[in-house]
Ligand binder design. Structure first.
Ligand SMILES: *[C@@H]1O[C@H](CO)[C@@H](O)[C@H](O)[C@H]1NC(C)=O
Ligand SMILES: *[C@@H]1O[C@H](CO)[C@@H](O)[C@H](O)[C@H]1NC(C)=O
Length: 266
């Protein structure tokens, strides 16, 4: 009992440690659903990355930094932050208030609960929407689409992220068995062709000797034939044990004959 506990406990700790690396769990969904969790899971490979884009308008220069379920610039729970050249940081969205909508090759990630607007949008909290779409050629290309704030409510910052992480997985049409057969077949072809060329061009063999390792394979063939002969043949050069005839066949078959012989002439 104690021994099994000693083995099992570290195993659980190990699994716990692996689960602890599951950074995606840090995102708190506003409304949990299986589809949202599944979509979020696809973003796991991106959790260690910082995606930054620089913006310049008439007034100032600033940048936006986005992380998937991780703190930007050490700001707790901030998943998307605007960093002004003057040094001020504006929290656009928190990953502890996440919404996720997933499609076939895109995911819409929404971070809510950012810093409140000072005058726009009825002073509601800022919100970031990140449209993540499939692009096989890049791990991550981040860009700003627009800041929609000239209205009374439901304002948002819209971003785009192109990444291969959300591309649909095309299942391999070949099974492991057929791949193995193809590999074996290829190796065999290379062996035969290479051996043939070697025998012909380097050794200068003619006729059947051009076949690679001809002597070995013909010997191998003979040996297998012998083996087969020994295992499978029922008759041949193998002698039957003499006890069979003496004990089993003779008394049963010959005794009635003898009796018949005695009876017939009478
Ligand atoms: C992302 O930024 C954080 C701090 O803002 C830093 O600790 C981390 O190393 C960065 N990660 C990468 C992959 O650059
Ligand atoms: C999310 O994090 C922020 C900043 O830490 C905090 O003010 C807010 O209350 C949190 N929201 C939820 C729903 O946990």
């Amino acid at each position: 009992m104690w021994l099994s506990m000693r083995i099992i406990t570290p195993l659980f700790l190990l699994l716990g440690g692996v689960r602890g690396k599951d950074n995606i769990e840090k995102c708190k969904l506003v409304s949990e659903s299986e589809s949202a969790k599944k979509a979020l899971r696809l973003l796991e490979p991106l959790t260690q990355e910082n995606f930054t884009v620089a913006v310049e308008d008439e007034k100032e220069k600033y940048s936006y930094t986005f992380r998937v379920c991780g703190d930007v610039d050490g700001l707790t729970n901030a998943g998307l932050v605007q960093l002004k050249d003057s040094g001020t940081k504006v929290r656009i969205g928190n990953y502890n208030q996440t919404r996720v909508i997933g499609g076939s090759d895109w995911i819409l990630l929404i971070y809510e609960g950012g810093e409140k607007y000072e005058s726009h949008c009825s002073k509601e909290a800022r919100k970031a929407m990140i449209m993540i779409s499939c692009n096989k050629d890049t791990k991550g290309k981040f860009s700003v689409v627009l800041e929609d704030r000239e209205k009374q409510e439901d304002c948002y910052y819209l971003f785009e992220l192109d990444t291969s992480a959300v591309c649909p997985v095309i299942p391999s049409k070949l099974s492991a068995g057929s791949i193995f057969l193809i590999v074996v077949f290829c190796c065999l072809s290379v062996y035969i062709l290479g051996g043939f060329l070697y025998q012909r061009l380097v050794v200068g063999a003619k006729g059947v000797d051009q076949f690679p390792n001809y002597a070995f394979w013909s010997e191998f063939g003979n040996l297998s034939a012998d083996g087969c002969d020994f295992v499978c043949r029922s008759r041949g050069n193998r002698e039957e044990p003499p006890t069979y005839r003496g004990v089993a066949t003779e008394p049963i078959e010959e005794e009635p004959e003898e009796r018949d012989d005695h009876l017939l002439p009478m």
